[in-house]
Design a protein around this ligand. Structure first.
Ligand SMILES: Cc1ncc(COP(=O)(O)O)c(C=O)c1O
Length: 420
């Protein structure tokens, strides 16, 4: 690997080497990250990066599409099989453009989206004030009813829907750890004539692996997602339509030519490889283990009386109020854990009293460590190390012992090259 870069560009080679080492020697707990297989990396770095293929299979604006058509068709078929739906657009360059295209496909400027409150777990692309999309569409919110159980306030959601008449009711999150009642969303959307869209960027792999509910089973119209994160593919996005061909056509137009130019065929090839991996029984086992590991970490945090938003987790991530429970801010926690070789992110918690740059919470999850083959025993120990490091954040000696332990653990569980 990197033979050519090594001889040609020492600056980038040294950064690549550094990142290889960092990923190998530290425990990755950022819940939106993962390790892809060597096969996914090969496709991602392949000859398809040379090719322009504006349009869709069989309807392109450039010649020479024999193999791009083949690859995109395979990616589409595998995506449909994974998520049990009739249409898939695999061209979105990432999760954010997938959401932008979806909004423009289903709405006119000025229309309303009802989505999860951002401080209760929703994502920036669900209408954060600093995004352009927030200037074009009108975003209204629903929240958790109780931050200790994480249950969504479906009554309030219905009231807002009846009052605001949204065109889209959006389910989905980047910092929420409980399962959603998709059937309730569909019931309310039917009452007000809204589309139902699930942004499953975080949990797509867990849905594909059959361990979390698929919103399509309850009648959702559309799913947007990233293909990295739990799905363990290359960085990219995707939009799925359950069965309505009119919606699927609108989405295709909104992606190209509405928003994007030429699709990144190397990434689409890598998506196809990752979807192939996700269709194997081994991926089901992986998804099952991701949840078991999250539960093991939850048990340690519970035992140590550290407050978790929503009271715990049903998925791959945990949001912990470390400031409320340990007097350590999110930034302090991120820094001390980085120092012992554990990477995660500081995060705002619901009804936050601190700032975004130094909030009360941390967010962490199990997708990447599970890819390394770690199980409940290791998940438990990592949670214990995290709490010990936060409690003893000023004790240099203790931190260096913990750092050694993390390094040893990582060497015992090297990042695998293949999952099939
Ligand atoms: C729920 C959700 N939607 C969309 C995105 C945006 O994805 P990307 O960073 O690939 O643009 C994210 C990324 O964190 C996410 O969590």
């Amino acid at each position: 690997m990197y033979d050519y870069i090594k001889n040609q560009d020492t600056d980038i080679f040294s950064a690549l080497e550094g990142e290889e080492k960092r990923e190998a020697e530290g425990i990755e707990l950022i819940p939106s990250e993962n390790y892809v297989s060597r096969a996914v990396r090969e496709a991602n770095g392949s000859v398809f990066t040379n090719k322009y293929s504006e349009g869709y299979p069989g309807k392109r604006y450039y010649g020479g599409q024999d193999y791009t058509d083949e690859v995109e068709r395979i990616a589409i078929e595998r995506a449909k099989e994974l998520f049990n739906c009739k249409f898939a657009n695999v061209q979105p360059l990432s999760g954010a453009p997938a959401n932008v295209a979806m909004y423009f496909a289903l709405m006119e400027p000025g229309d309303t989206v009802l989505g999860m409150d951002l401080s209760h777990g929703g994502h920036l692309t669900h209408g954060h004030p600093t995004t352009w999309i927030n200037k074009i569409f009108n975003f209204v919110r629903y929240k958790m009813k109780d931050t200790e159980t994480g249950e969504i306030d479906y009554e309030a959601l219905r009231e807002v829907a009846l009052r605001e008449k949204p065109k889209i009711i959006l389910a989905g999150f980047s910092a929420y750890s409980r399962e959603l009642d998709y059937a309730k969303f569909v019931e309310i959307a039917k009452e007000v004539g809204a589309y139902t869209v699930a942004d499953m960027a975080h949990v797509a792999g867990l849905i594909a692996g059959g361990v979390l509910r698929n919103p399509f089973e309850d009648g959702f119209d559309v799913i947007t997602t990233t293909t990295h994160k739990t799905l363990r593919g290359p960085r990219g996005g995707m939009i799925l339509t359950r069965e309505n061909e009119e919606i699927a056509k609108k989405i295709d137009k909104a992606v190209f030519p509405g928003l994007q130019g030429g699709p990144h065929m190397n990434v689409i090839a890598a998506k196809a490889v990752a979807f192939g991996e996700a269709l194997t029984p081994a991926f089901k086992e992986y998804a099952t283990q991701v949840l078991k590991n999250a539960k093991a970490m939850e048990a340690v945090f519970k035992k140590e009386n550290i407050r978790m938003l929503g009271g715990g987790t049903d998925n791959h991530l945990i949001l912990a109020d470390v400031f409320g429970s340990l007097g350590v801010t999110g930034q302090e926690a991120e820094t001390v854990l980085d120092a012992v070789g554990i990477t995660l992110n500081k995060n705002m918690i619901a009804d936050e009293s601190r700032t975004a740059m130094d909030p009360s919470g941390i967010r962490f999850g199990t997708p990447a460590m599970t890819t390394r083959g770690m199980k409940e025993e290791e998940a438990t120990r990592i949670a214990e190390i995290m709490i010990a490091a936060m409690r003893e954040k000023d004790n240099e000696e203790r931190l260096s012992v913990l750092k050694e332990e993390v390094k040893k653990l990582c060497l015992t569980f090297p990042v695998p090259e293949s999952f099939v």
